[in-house]
Design a protein around this ligand. Structure first.
Ligand SMILES: [Zn+2]
Length: 254
């Protein structure tokens, strides 16, 4: 059970039959690794922290740039040039000192990915490049850790839940293939992005993360492995694709 001092904080969760005291206590025992503290990561962090996740591992190697402020909601003008992981840790500590935080101020590569995801109940990847996404996905499959992958550009977002370590379930690499392992570029700077679109994708990723974390103790529904939700801010609307497991996938095939 939660300590009595935490009950008021989460009262609106606890009163939901789908979450309840047991679900809230379960969330407080979880560790979530958040890869990328940008347009997806910043709003996702705010709602994961709000949900009382027990331990947040904050991963980014970047500094705040003035052009980030239009969508990366935890940073302020006076913080330009400072480390995103340091600022994000400070934000969490001021928001809720009851949450444990660990910082990883490095880019995730195949060499360090296993170490970064170790101990996680879930990894939420909102980073800005395919090379990192694939390294994270492979490490999640190897560690048996669920992965929520979220991306956004212009007026489009994608949020998918992957559990490639489970029989018959695809991983992120099943979805994108191997072509992007060396691809370091992303179209955000070239193509632009509506700030609120990143907020939608990031907060929806936080909702899906909580769905996965409550699987087994709560009732907000199945984790939706292999489902990719496409968010369209122009329409506006959402549609859902099912990703098939690739029997030849180098990330998750046995
Ligand atoms: Zn796969």
């Amino acid at each position: 059970m939660l300590p009595p001092v935490r009950l008021d904080r989460f009262a609106r969760h606890i009163v939901l039959p789908e979450v309840g005291g047991a679900g809230q206590a379960a969330l407080a025992k979880t560790t979530v690794v958040l890869i990328g503290l940008g347009g997806i990561g910043a709003p996702a962090l705010q709602y994961l922290a709000g949900a009382g996740i027990g331990m947040l591992v904050l991963v980014d190697d970047d500094m705040v740039d003035e052009s980030n402020l239009q969508r990366q909601t935890i940073y302020r003008e006076g913080e330009i040039g400072r480390s995103k992981t340091e600022l994000a840790e400070l934000w969490v500590r001021e928001f809720d000192p009851g949450i444990e935080v660990r910082r990883v101020g490095q880019r995730v590569t195949p060499a360090n990915a296993a170490q970064v995801v170790a101990g996680a109940d879930l990894v939420l990847d909102g980073c800005d490049n395919f090379a990192t996404r694939l390294a994270v996905s492979d490490a999640c499959v190897a560690a048996g850790t669920p992965l929520l992958s979220a991306a956004v550009g212009r007026f489009q977002g994608q949020v998918g839940a992957f559990a490639g370590h489970l029989p018959g379930e695809p991983c992120y690499r099943c979805y994108v293939g191997d072509a992007f392992d060396a691809d370091d570029c992303d179209s955000c700077a070239d193509d632009g992005m509506l700030g609120a679109m990143a907020g939608w994708a990031g907060t929806f990723a936080a909702l899906q993360a909580i769905r996965v974390l409550l699987d087994g103790s709560g009732g907000i529904g199945a984790p939706q492995w292999g489902k990719l939700h496409l968010l369209d801010g122009l329409k506006p609307g959402m549609r859902t694709l099912s990703i098939a497991k690739d029997p030849a996938c180098k990330g998750c095939a046995r």
